[in-house]
Design a protein around this ligand. Structure first.
Ligand code: FES
Length: 140
């Protein structure tokens, strides 16, 4: 699976968005609407908040569609909790969310190394299997 990635940069941070992995949880748009606004183009205003505020919201993205990198020499000020305990969440009529780096082996034996969160399709409708692409919203 080739993942299309869009990027949004300023002097401190680059935010990456993989639209095919987005499950439209709206955690970003509700969490930081000054940066993430689905009704605007571009939908990410990278200058709408501080890098630390952006990082906090990006780290909450349940599918891993959002990620970031910092410009050289910059660090994230807030302490990141230990990731020793993996959280797996099963969403009602939606994907299984894994909140950790993971190695996902699909039905064909292909191995996908995922950094951060990822969402696994349970409905069978995703065009990006084994990952959720939000198609479960169209299931009636
Ligand atoms: S669970 Fe989201 S597309 Fe299948």
């Amino acid at each position: 699976m080739e993942e299309k990635t869009k990027s949004y940069s300023n002097k401190d941070i680059t935010v990456y968005w993989k639209p095919l992995l987005c499950i439209h949880s709206a955690i970003c748009t509700k969490g930081l609407p000054s940066v993430f606004d689905a009704n605007k183009r571009p939908w990410i205003n990278i200058d709408g908040a501080s890098k630390d505020e952006i990082i906090e919201v990006v780290n909450k993205c349940p599918s891993g569609a959002l990620s970031f990198s910092l410009k050289e020499g910059l660090t994230f000020e807030k302490e990141v909790p230990s990731n020793s305990e993996v959280t797996v969440s099963i969403l009602k009529d939606g994907p299984i969310i894994i909140n950790a780096d993971s190695k996902v082996i699909d039905a064909n034996g292909n191995i996908h190394h995922k950094k951060g969160n990822c969402a696994l399709c349970t409905c069978g409708l995703s065009k990006e299997k084994p990952f959720c692409d939000g198609s479960h919203y169209n299931k009636s």
